[in-house]
Design a protein around this ligand. Sequence first.
Ligand SMILES: C[S@@+](CC[C@H](N)C(=O)[O-])C[C@H]1O[C@@H](n2cnc3c(N)ncnc32)[C@H](O)[C@@H]1O
Length: 583
Amino acid sequence: MISYIGGKARIGKWIVPFIPKDIETYCEPFSGMFWVFFNMDLKKYPNLKTVVYNDFNGLNANLLDCCNDYDRLWEELNHYPCQQLGIEDTPTEYVEMFNRFQQEVFHNDITITEENKFEVAAKYVYVLTQIFSGSKPETSSYTDYKGKYRCKVLIFMDKLKHPKYREHFDKITFVENLDFQEVIEKYDSDKTYFYVDPPYWKTENYYSNHDFDREDHERLSECLKSMTGMFSLSYYDFPLLNDWFPAEDYIWEKKKFAKAAAAKSGVKQNMGEELLIMNYGENKYMNPNEGVQLDLFGEVSLKPDNKIVENEKPLKIKGNINVGLETNHIYCGDTVEEMKKIEDKSIQLILTSPPYLASIRKDNHKYPGAKDQIKDNQSIREYLDWMIDIFKQYERILKDDGVIAFNFSYTTFNPSLPFFLINEVFENTGLEIYDTLTWKKKSCLPLSGHPNRLTRIAELVFIFAKKPDFYANKRVTKISKTGQKYFTTYYNLLEAKNNDGKVDGHDATFSTEFASFFINLYSNINDIILDNFSGTGTTAHAASVLDRQYIGIDLVEKYCDFARKRLKSLNDTIGYLFTNNNQ
Ligand SMILES: C[S@@+](CC[C@H](N)C(=O)[O-])C[C@H]1O[C@@H](n2cnc3c(N)ncnc32)[C@H](O)[C@@H]1O
């Protein structure tokens, strides 16, 4: 991510294929800049629930912790001017600023607090990116690139906005600042994999803020030999290694690389042989020559206006899954009948918005393209009976830790309906509501014809689940000394676009921005997301962009066709199917 001594930038791609695919916890006891993790294509680890960053260096741990709030860190970095590509004369203030930051971060006995953590992280990034290859940041001097390269601060800031990096930042569950032994003992299990990249034998003095001596290497070897989980250990070979990890008992893999750590500017790099020692068999990993890894480390592509390209081509999910209905299809049919085909406990997230019984006025049908098919003007009792059938199916097909994010609203004519509906769900299923979120839209038509009713710019989303410990992607941001955990904050107020553009014949769609919030929070890559009222396919579209599997169901052929076309060519579709109306 940033050059850093011992960073696995070059060899990350070699190491990743050795990581077993069925792990549930990934932990690096010596994470540094977490290169190997950033090289992992997360789709390939379908069971991965917990990712642990650990570094004994508190500045590193703080930086990775702050990366989770990427926008805030980006803003913090944006305060500081830096060298510019094409401008040869670097202002002396930049060097002064660098010196000041270096003093503050490394020599002023800094205490990292909730108040200053982003400032410290930004200053640390500034220092790390302005020195040669990240080595000895506490004493190295400023490198003036004389306008030859794009500033590395800006490259780092691009990464904070890049969707693939964000996907990785979002996946980090715990950021720890512990001794390696403590972190190994804390997260060890038969489903845990540790990528272990200690300071190399006799290069220990290259690292900042701590020493790593022979006793530590021995302590590490003892710790690895007695663990329950799987590990791969990186070293350059040295005589004692074969005593600690005999080649008969452990798998040894070797590869030659240019040594970066010892390199100096302008000096030819030495070749070194990287060694990877593993305590699990070859059946656990794929042939390292197979498969292509993500390339996260080139410069990210920029549009001419210097804005990061966010909407890049979606990553393809490997293979559809058959759960009675096959994923990544839109099914045209009645919602209850189609859901009956889905296997029990197979869906992680149901994200949907049903007809709201809002077409009572004949001149205001919400589905002008399908007035005859959609009975959005039945009696309240009939409507509620239909909803009971739907929720019974939900209860059956939802995974035990799954979530139903049910977007619902009311009209001037049926304002109590949401509450009747909830009552019916409680009486007829075992589902509970665990949160109620307000979706504030960007705009709405004012209800100016009414003397006393409010203009409805917000709608509700009810979060139903089977049990209180349903799955959410919130990560631990801090653990207090007493063991109390603190998690990422998500508010129950979401401001998101009304829809993705005006669609002829359908006046009741939501937006990809809206759908992405729930998909990101309540599911993981490759999980199955169902929208049983899929309309124009917004949920399926967002799921696809976020590398989830989707199933869409809608009664109306015309809407299904629209959704299928939209999904077929995801990138082009937004351009040609939608007008530019962001209502
Ligand atoms: C509020 S819209 C959902 C719009 C969708 N979220 C979107 O962004 O396009 C409700 C959808 O339910 C569909 N629908 C109504 N009755 C249905 C039924 N019995 N079975 C399946 N779909 C139905 C309608 O065709 C409509 O597209």
